[in-house]
Design a protein around this ligand. Sequence first.
Ligand SMILES: [Zn+2]
Length: 112
Amino acid sequence: MLVRKFLFAHGYRHRLHDKKLPGKPDIVLPKYKTVIFVHGCFWHGHTNCKYYVVPKTRTDWCLNKINSNIANDTKAITALKKEGWKIIAIWECKLKPARVEKTLPALLKKLS
Ligand SMILES: [Zn+2]
């Protein structure tokens, strides 16, 4: 994964998918007490995003799934904050080739 390689290249050591943490964050940086979630725009309901388009078929099923994902995200973030973690969420659309060059340096800034 892009974000992982980038962090590694910049000397950030991390763990992946820590199952002990709420919401199983995609990347965990214990040294910085920071977790990173990479959210798929569709399944996590990225508002005002061109990749979040509610489908015309199985609409209810999709919306239920998306809403439950969002609820789980919110719950996990609340729990992690309580434990003193800093949370960074990255939307998948920000990792597309046209935008990734801005997204990754911005991420480094958040970490430092
Ligand atoms: Zn998006």
